[in-house]
Ligand binder design. Sequence first.
Ligand SMILES: NC(=O)c1ccc[n+]([C@@H]2O[C@H](COP(=O)([O-])OP(=O)(O)OC[C@H]3O[C@@H](n4cnc5c(N)ncnc54)[C@H](OP(=O)(O)O)[C@@H]3O)[C@@H](O)[C@H]2O)c1
Length: 330
Amino acid sequence: MTKKINWGILGAGKIAGKFATDLATLTDANLYAVASRTLAKAEGFAKEYHFEKAFGNYEEMLTDPELDAVYVATPHVFHCQHTLLCLTHKKAVICEKPFAINTKEVKQMIAKAKETDTFLMDALWTLCLPHILKTKEIVESGQLGKLISVKADFGFVADFNPNSRLFDRDLGGGSLLDIGIYPALLALFLLGKPKKITAAALMGQTKVDEECAVFLEYEDGQTANLHSTLLAQTPIEAYVYCEKGYIHIPPRFHEGVAGITILRYENLAATFIPFDYQVLGYQYEAAEMMRCMREGKLESDLVPHQFSLDLMELLDEIRGQIGLIYPRHD
Ligand SMILES: NC(=O)c1ccc[n+]([C@@H]2O[C@H](COP(=O)([O-])OP(=O)(O)OC[C@H]3O[C@@H](n4cnc5c(N)ncnc54)[C@H](OP(=O)(O)O)[C@@H]3O)[C@@H](O)[C@H]2O)c1
């Protein structure tokens, strides 16, 4: 049997727990280490999710020679810094979304990965999910004719707390980078880079976008309508409108769903394509990373570095239009 890959988690917060739960379903992954700024917290996390080692300092974990791969799960504003730290120690890294705060940081991360000859991946887990890949396959097959428009939303009611990572500008707050990134990545995945971007937002008292609407236009008349909000629960679904019908990705479109529906206008026939997700779906990105590492690749085929750059350029442009500034980074 191939040697198991020893995983480490950097930052023992909420998403780290979900990722660890799904990672445990992969037989070739070893839940090896977790690092927190607080040793007691790391120990509690290691016990709960069955990791072998706990560290009370991020860098200490990275000096462990047995560690192969790191999942960075800290708030947005630390992604670049923590990814660079992993790469400096030549540990393969998958970093949570948004990959960084801006394109300048993403370029730095990719350059460091190249310089150190180390694997680097943006944790855009949605792009590794079978129902999203199936949606793209259907569109590309041409069976529904030309793709005309993508519509996607992501909203929930966040209790206002100026010090939370959702509202605090110094922690990368706002709807766009936290959840608006999902509609944006779906549009980019299915339609590519737009020729024109128009964005508007409701900026809150902490100067971050509490709601954001984006309209994308493409060379041959295709469009995308994207919406994110921290002020209302929205369906969190996606529609892919084509000439001869549409594909509906039901709530919550960005994670494992029961299935997708294709509706053909010709006879109004609906076809349901089921998917059997036993867990949320974070194991697909981890499996993709391990497959690439075993093949000696330095980037993912499903989430290549160029996609991360294109996505961040799109987010940068939207931020420029709505006046969302992160003073410590921009
Ligand atoms: N892919 C997804 O579905 C998904 C879902 C939710 C969030 N995320 C992303 O994951 C990242 C973390 O989100 P989360 O919801 O897990 O946040 P969280 O619960 O606040 O956890 C973040 C962790 O980062 C560490 N950290 C280091 N410096 C920190 C600081 N100055 N302030 C606060 N925490 C700090 C902390 O871990 P220690 O105390 O252990 O050091 C903290 O527990 C975000 O970038 C978010 O976009 C992704």
